[in-house]
Design a protein around this ligand. Sequence first.
Ligand SMILES: [Cu+2]
Length: 120
Amino acid sequence: MFPRIKIWLLTLATVVCLPVLAEAHAILEESQPPLGGTVKAGAVDLHLRFNSRIDRGRSRLTLIRPDHTRDTVSIAPDGPPDIIDAHVNLTPGAYVVRWQVLAVDGHITRGDVPIIVAAP
Ligand SMILES: [Cu+2]
């Protein structure tokens, strides 16, 4: 009788947890600068916070410059597991910060944060 209850509980737990796991891929919850935000030229801190933990080593930040050239931006190696931090030096113009992250559920998500860099 006892093992049967255990199996039943395990099954129930699986059924309850699956939808939660399926939703666990990373969604951008907060970004600094914000989407469409304006910052002053010079040293700019990029700060992206997600709804779940991400695998920093398998995540990527790409900076698309006003002339459409692209650079991979190195992600700061430490900090909370749901946050990506990076530091860039920017001249005035319209940029896009393109993020691609791997969440703990194994799903990759990506998105763009357009920002405007104004003369200091
Ligand atoms: Cu997912």
